[in-house]
Write a protein that binds this ligand. Sequence first.
Ligand SMILES: Nc1ncnc2c1ncn2[C@@H]1O[C@H](COP(=O)(O)OP(=O)(O)O)[C@@H](O)[C@H]1O
Ligand SMILES: [Mg+2]
Length: 336
Amino acid sequence: MHTADTVEAVKAPAIQVVEERKPDPDRAILESLRHTVYACSSVQRIHGGFLNATYRGSLIKPLQNGMRTVIIKHSEEKDSKAPQLTLSLTRCLTEQAILRGLGSTPSQQVQHKQITIQVPQLYQYLPDEHTQIFEDFSKNGTLHEFLTVGAGERIIASTAVALGEALGSWLSRFHAWSKTQVDTDLWSTVEQNSNGFDKNLRDFRINKLLAIQAQCKSEQLGHYAALMHSREFGRKDTIVHGDFSTRNILIQNPSSIDKEKNTSLAVIDWEACCLGDYTRDLAEIVADLYMQTILYGSQIAHSLIQGFISAYPPLDEEAAYRTVAQIGENFFYWNT
Ligand SMILES: Nc1ncnc2c1ncn2[C@@H]1O[C@H](COP(=O)(O)OP(=O)(O)O)[C@@H](O)[C@H]1O
Ligand SMILES: [Mg+2]
């Protein structure tokens, strides 16, 4: 007889607990910078758009210009959660190239009254990691946040007009440069982005239009979507920013803006930069500001539009038509 002592215990097969180790993106970013002068002791994620992650990194050693932090933007082409979507990495190649190109041009820094508009400096591009390192411009936030979080009570109309004028004046200088003085290497890099990331963006938008059309069964909208699909406005003879909205404009010292003290704006996020019709940038910012007057009742946004239009050189009738048509188009893409 077997006693309890003598019975050989039936050994259950050992359960192997396999822990799914998710890669730690913050650690990967720290690691990629380790051998550069931008090595950081810590990074803080400040923005996690789709297929991009942006961080503020605290440098182990301050830079020669005294800066102790940098902005790190890392891009991916695909996301396992949405395998059907591809966003070409031509976007970061182009963003770093245009930032380098703008470094020595009149639009690098424009002064209008007490407002300075600039483009952040690109410190380094790590091509294998698709990571860019920029000058840290501001912790104060975007112009969008400034305008939508109670700025109506904070600034007077003439200041808002001046902000708009500064933006119009900066954009006209940028377009004047981009139409005539761009070197061929930069031009062809930007052209690749027109056929890469910008094409992905256009396809995405057309699908959105078609989805709206299917939902509201409007014949007129169907015609409109087909028209948008088949034609593009204007010529592709200018380098455009491509995503010129208040979400991509940073503002520094907003609290001092009515006190004649210097306020700075920075135009960021050049990943949609491509060859296009210059009216695309005009339409994007006007549509964006106009939506703020509608959604948030912002009078200040209205004054910005006035200032912006008055400072950008006058448009002929054809260009004005193209601008208005694209403003309308932008309303369809609002929440994307
Ligand atoms: N040079 C910069 N200085 C300070 N903050 C920045 C800078 N560049 C980007 N940011 C911050 O990171 C956010 C995302 O950057 P952005 O280039 O617009 O990326 P995305 O293409 O994902 O929108 C911005 O809204 C801003 O808060
Ligand atoms: Mg952005």
